[in-house]
Design a protein around this ligand. Structure first.
Ligand SMILES: [Zn+2]
Length: 78
């Protein structure tokens, strides 16, 4: 779990994996309302490829992805 107090440029560590807060962007929800997403960057725990994911700025805690899209589903054929 990451605390959502990081600002752009800050790095937080979750389970030994560093996550860097790289951006805060506007995001349109499916109902059309606007919110903000905090963008985190980390290296996939499986293949080390660097990927980004967004988390709602309004949440105080984030459960981050540890793996890229290709590796986040265990058992999926590659
Ligand atoms: Zn991966």
């Amino acid at each position: 779990m990451l605390l959502n107090t990081a600002e752009i440029g800050d790095t937080e560590t979750y389970k030994g994996q560093p996550y860097r807060c790289v951006d805060i962007v506007d995001h349109q929800r499916s109902d059309g309302s606007l919110t903000k997403l905090k963008i985190w960057e980390t290296a996939c725990a499986t293949c080390q490829v660097v990927f980004r994911f967004g988390a709602p700025l309004a949440s105080d805690r984030i459960w981050p992805s540890r793996r890229c899209d290709e590796h986040k589903r265990p058992g999926r054929a590659v």
